[in-house]
Each structure stands twice: as structure tokens, then as C-alpha cells.
Design a protein around this ligand. Structure first.
Ligand SMILES: [Zn+2]
Ligand SMILES: [Zn+2]
Length: 348
């Protein structure tokens, strides 16, 4: 193995630089991963745009990472060399804040975001605390498993934590990076699944993914249509438009919930009466803990939920990122390393 590895750094906001870094041994509690694939996510823009305070550069982006452990540091007892693992955005937590003490690690007030606060997976090698890794079963292809660790867990968790019962009417707003996974999860969780997309061209795909019905939000009022269908017990709002999300509130059933997981530039605007009457609620949901990631991987394998992806080599990270930011990806961009390419012909 080479004593150096290639990585794509954001050297300063807006600038991607390909570099050769010296291979180092993992520190205590860490594992070293030979990266095979890494998804490109809109959240990477926090680093690329310098959107959080006190970010340090250069930094390697990427928080949808799949690879194999090739070295373990001192004190690591739960992971071993050769093990296939993944890393999501939860790169660390402090175990001491109130959220952590309650086991709510995803809301840690000192949470460490992979690929934003520490180096991530746009690289041939990455280092991470062993406890922040999930195991990846052999049945999942690396490029298909990567997006499950962020887009997957985000949609899966929002739906499974919404207090829904089998047969509930669940609408998925948006047939995109999050929505195309949300449709699959909702259907396989046993919900009556309605996809609301923009334009007639998404209908066929939405139904192939598992939607029972499709609403073209461009041609009809999706909220009114949902109400006509009996009202949604939950609407998973993924499209980046506060206005479009707000318009859906009228489509909620009694005690229905608007589950917001997409980030939009404009605010939600909802009149108070439409929350009070019918006891509707609006709530946000973010990714998930490492255990949530593990359970999302397991469910995805069990129920054959797969992201639709476009694959590019690591060296084209900038191109992949730009394509994702321009909303041209169908539907998740995934970078592969040479190591990933070598494994591409294998079952795993
Ligand atoms: Zn992400
Ligand atoms: Zn904490």
C-alpha cells in the first residue's frame, strides 16, 4: 500500500484541491478506513460555503462513506481490520451534554460533523472514532450503501418516529434526493403512500418506487388533493421551498403532521387557524444517531430500498458537487475511489 493517499480538500471556502497526504496511523479509539465510495450531499455546502462559524480549512468533505478498516488504534475493541464499515454525519458526540445523557446523541450540543468539522470521505483514506462507524453487510454495494447513511437515515427516521400506524396515509413531497428514498421507505413501512412531485414526468418513477398514487403539484393544488383523498396523517416535506411546504398544511388529516426534513431558503408561513383546527403540527427532523444509521442500513437491505445514484471518480468531486448543487443529480451523486472501483465487480 502506498504511504500516501489522495484526498480532495476544501482548501478555503469555494475551492477544491486534490492533494496527496501522508498515510498515518489511527489514534486511540480510532479506525483507519480505505474508502470505497462517498456520497455527495447538500450538507457538504456548509463546509464549501463556510456557512458555520469557526470552521477550519483545509478540510476533506464527505459524510456518506463506505469502506474497509485497514488499521485500528489503541483501545478499539468493537471493530477489526478487514471489517466493512460506513460513516455518516455523526462523527462524534461529547457524552456529557443533556441530550447525550438522555441518549439523544444526534442532538449533542457539541456534536462533531463528519466532513465539516473533521475530515470526511472525499478521500482514499479516512480516520474516525470506531464508535462513529456502522457495519455494512456484504449484500449492499458500496455506492448504493453510501447515501443510506445520510439521505436514507434522514427520511427513514422522520417516518418511523412520527407515531404512524400501518395503513396511515403518508405523502412524500418531492421526488428527488430525499423524496425518492422517502417513497420507498413509506411504502415498505406499510403506509398508503402518495408522492407529490413537480410535473407529469415523475409519476412513472414515483410509482415504480412504490407510490400508490401521484399528485402533480405543478398541475393541481397538492394540499387540496390530499384533503380530498382523506387527508394525510403525515407529509414528509423534502422539496426546498417553504412556500410549497406551507401550502401542504391544508392537506393534513386530523392530528396530521408536516415533517420537515428539506432545507428551504424561504420561511414557512401558516395561519394559526390551520394548526389549531384539526390539531395539526409541524415538526422538523434531522439525520439520526449512529444506531439509527445502523438500523436504516439493516432495513434497507431487508426491504431492498436502494438510492438511485450517479457515480463519478473521486477526482471529479468538484463536478459531482456542482451537479448536486444545481439539482441535476438523479438523485444522489456518489464518488468512488480506485479502491472502490477494484471492488465494483465483486458482490460487495
Ligand atoms: Zn448529508
Ligand atoms: Zn452531547
Amino acid at each position: 500500500m502506498s504511504a500516501k493517499y489522495r484526498a480532495i480538500e476544501v482548501s478555503k471556502p469555494g475551492v477544491f484541491t486534490e492533494v496527496n497526504r501522508p498515510l498515518q496511523d489511527p489514534g486511540p479509539n480510532q479506525v483507519r478506513i480505505r474508502v470505497e465510495a462517498c456520497g455527495v450531499c447538500h450538507t457538504d455546502s456548509l463546509l464549501v460555503d463556510g456557512a458555520l462559524p469557526n470552521l477550519a480549512y483545509p478540510r476533506v468533505p464527505g459524510h456518506e462513506v463506505i469502506g474497509r478498516i485497514d488499521a485500528v488504534g489503541a483501545n478499539v475493541t468493537t471493530r477489526a481490520v478487514g471489517q466493512r464499515v460506513g460513516v455518516g454525519i455523526c462523527g462524534g458526540w461529547d457524552d456529557t451534554c443533556l441530550a447525550c445523557l438522555r441518549g439523544d446523541f444526534v442532538n449533542c450540543s457539541n456534536g462533531v460533523l463528519t466532513g465539516i468539522m473533521i475530515d470526511g470521505g472525499y478521500a482514499e483514506v479516512m480516520m474516525i472514532e470506531a464508535r462513529a462507524t456502522v457495519t455494512i453487510p456484504d449484500g449492499l454495494q458500496a455506492v448504493k450503501a453510501a447515501p443510506i447513511l445520510c439521505a436514507g437515515v434522514t427520511t427513514f427516521n422522520a417516518l418511523r418516529n412520527a407515531g404512524l400506524r400501518a395503513g396511515a396515509l403518508v405523502a412524500i413531497q418531492g421526488v428527488g434526493g430525499l423524496g425518492h428514498l422517502g417513497i420507498q421507505y413509506a411504502r415498505r413501512m406499510g403506509f398508503r403512500t402518495i408522492a407529490a412531485g413537480l410535473g407529469p414526468e415523475s409519476e412513472k418513477l414515483a410509482k415504480e418506487l412504490g407510490a400508490h398514487e401521484y399528485i402533480d403539484s405543478g398541475a393541481e393544488d397538492a394540499g387540496a388533493k390530499l384533503r380530498a383523498l382523506g387527508g394525510a396523517d403525515a407529509i414528509l416535506a423534502t422539496a426546498p421551498s417553504g412556500k410549497a411546504m406551507s401550502d401542504l398544511v391544508k392537506g393534513l388529516a386530523v392530528r396530521g403532521k408536516l415533517l420537515v426534513i428539506g432545507l428551504a431558503p424561504d420561511p414557512l408561513e401558516v395561519d394559526t387557524g390551520s394548526l389549531v383546527f384539526g390539531m395539526h403540527s409541524i415538526s422538523g427532523s434531522t439525520t439520526g444517531s449512529v444506531q439509527d444509521e445502523q438500523e436504516t442500513v439493516a432495513f434497507s437491505l431487508l426491504e431492498k430500498v436502494e438510492p438511485m445514484i450517479e457515480v463519478m471518480p473521486l477526482s471529479k468531486a468538484r463536478e459531482a458537487y456542482d451537479r448536486m448543487m444545481a439539482a441535476k443529480a438523479r438523485f444522489r451523486m456518489v464518488l468512488v475511489t480506485e479502491n472502490g472501483n477494484q471492488r465494483a465487480g465483486q458482490a460487495n
